[in-house]
Design a protein around this ligand. Structure first.
Ligand code: NDP
Ligand code: 2IT
Length: 451
């Protein structure tokens, strides 16, 4: 698979050590493919075993979470926190509550988080955590009890200078509020130990919107630089209808794009007149219902259920695709449809939503490919801004945070472009540049700190 013997050896050992962890192995392969030439030209990486040192988490914690539902039934879930790399700052990354969560999912997310956080140039290391708890259909009290039980174990491993969790799938402001409340009770400390908090007690303005907005800022910069164009007038499709998708839709529409499709895990809607976001918010945020209900408000729209044999959302003709739901949602066949229908850019709001063969296909067919670790870094970057405000015991205005967020996203794009030029890489391949920029900083930090 690799021409470089060292990279080949590291990857084989990685696969052996992490047998069966398909998502984790996929993320590792994607990174190593990008870094291979860079590693060949920098022999000190092998001499100092920097790849092996990077590809092993510093600490992996799993724990039991026991909680009681509203009918007094006891449930046991598994909690995770992978503290992957702290060479450039305290571990930082979200918590995911979803039934599909397992070691492989958390490991891949933690590994990606390290490179993403490095790309922001802010002082944050990488980590990720979560649980196989399913928040769907749970009452508020059940969610609170679960969060409290989760924190009863997690608190001993985190801290504002050690590890600062935040949200991800299934974890938003509400859950962060419960987690924070429990941490404060146990430790008798009011610190910025979690980000994404409600605004009334230390949350940063714009954190909720940051990932989706940042995705649009990055995309607009890429279109300007690579195509002398912008999001204005573009037809956009967005998978998901959660935090990232909704705010990507909002900003894309503000920037003059027409969003024509969105989805949830049950299916997707197509509205030729443009998605009415306030209906989506009512359905998904207020009522936690299914996106299919959009049809009740917009009879011209069309709904397609997600099932084998049905067309996917990626069959919708578009200029720009924003996958914003979950991992591995764009497969090779989807990539082929996107190219056939004239898509010019895929920018990932989710983490690893595109499979490796689909990424290769898109890049080979001159589609701009923006990897999640670059495009969705606005969320964690704003988390880092929240940490700064908390340590200063200050709050910044919406405008101030927005200015910072926009600048950070543009700087990420520019640093990737600079690297692509420096190593004569394809300019639409933002993945290789992102992996080199992200890895370089962590690698030097590890080297300078000794073994
Ligand atoms: P939310 O929980 O708010 O929303 C998730 C959305 O994705 C929902 O529409 C959900 O549908 C859909 N979804 C979840 N799992 C699946 C699945 N297995 N198949 C199909 N659809 C699915 O999460 P976020 O919006 O916060 O996160 C979305 C993505 O963005 C994730 O990959 C996350 O890691 C990434 N991300 C999030 C950041 C943040 O700040 N929140 C920052 C950077 C990246 P349904 O309602 O049916 O469950
Ligand atoms: O994937 C991610 O970057 C997140 N879920 C956000 C992490 C954070 O610490 O804000």
């Amino acid at each position: 698979m690799f021409n470089n013997k060292y990279v080949e050896k590291v990857f084989n050992e990685f696969k052996l050590k992490n047998k069966g962890q398909n998502e984790y192995i996929q993320a590792c392969q994607e990174i190593l493919e990008s870094l291979e030439n860079y590693i060949t030209n920098n022999s000190f990486i092998e001499e100092n075993a920097l790849l092996e040192r990077f590809l092993e988490p510093e600490r992996t914690i799993t724990f039991k979470v026991t909680w009681m539902d509203d009918n007094n039934q006891i449930h046991v879930n598994r909690g995770y926190r992978v503290q992957y790399n702290s060479s450039i700052g305290p571990y930082k990354g979200g918590l995911r509550f979803h039934p599909s969560v397992n070691e492989s999912i958390i490991n891949f997310l933690a590994l990606e988080q390290c490179l993403k956080n490095s790309l922001t140039r802010l002082p944050i290391g990488g980590g990720k955590g979560g649980s196989d708890f399913d928040p769907k259909g749970k009452s508020d009290n059940e969610i609170m009890r679960f969060c409290q039980a989760f924190m009863n174990e997690l608190y001993r491993h985190i801290g504002p200078n050690t590890d600062v969790p935040a949200g991800d799938i299934g974890v938003g402001q509400k859950e962060i509020g419960y987690l924070f409340g429990q941490y404060k009770k146990i430790k008798n400390e009011f610190t910025g130990v979690l980000t994404g908090k409600p605004i009334t007690f230390g949350g940063s303005l714009l954190r909720t919107e940051a990932t989706g907005y940042g995705l649009c800022y990055f995309t607009d910069r890429a279109l300007t630089y690579l195509k002398d164009d912008s999001l204005k007038g573009k037809t956009v499709i967005i998978s998901g209808s959660g935090n990232v998708a909704i705010h990507a839709c909002e900003k894309a529409q503000n920037l003059g794009a027409k969003v024509v499709a969105m989805s949830d895990s049950s299916g997707w809607i197509y509205d030729p007149n443009g998605i009415k976001l306030h209906y989506i918010r009512q359905i998904k945020e207020d009522r936690k219902a299914r996106i299919k209900e959009y049809l009740l408000k917009a009879p011209n729209a069309r709904y397609t259920e997600s099932k084998e044999g049905n067309p996917t959302i990626w069959s919708t003709p578009c200029d720009i695709a924003f996958p914003c739901a979950t991992q591995n949602e764009i497969h090779l066949d989807d990539a082929k449809l996107l190219v056939k229908n004239g898509c010019i850019g895929v920018f990932e709001g989710a983490n690893m939503p595109t499979t490796l063969d689909a990424i290769h296909y898109l890049i080979d067919n001159d589609v701009i490919f923006g990897p999640g670790k670059a495009c969705n870094a606005g969320g964690v970057a704003t988390s880092a801004l929240e940490m700064t405000q908390n340590s200063m015991r200050m709050t910044w205005s919406y405008q101030e945070v927005n200015r910072n967020l926009k600048q950070i996203m543009e700087d990420i794009f520019d640093s990737i472009c600079y690297t692509n030029n420096k190593y004569s890489l394809k300019e639409n391949d933002l993945l290789t540049g992102a992996n080199i920029v992200g890895f370089e900083k962590i690698m030097y930090a590890m080297l300078l700190q000794g073994i």
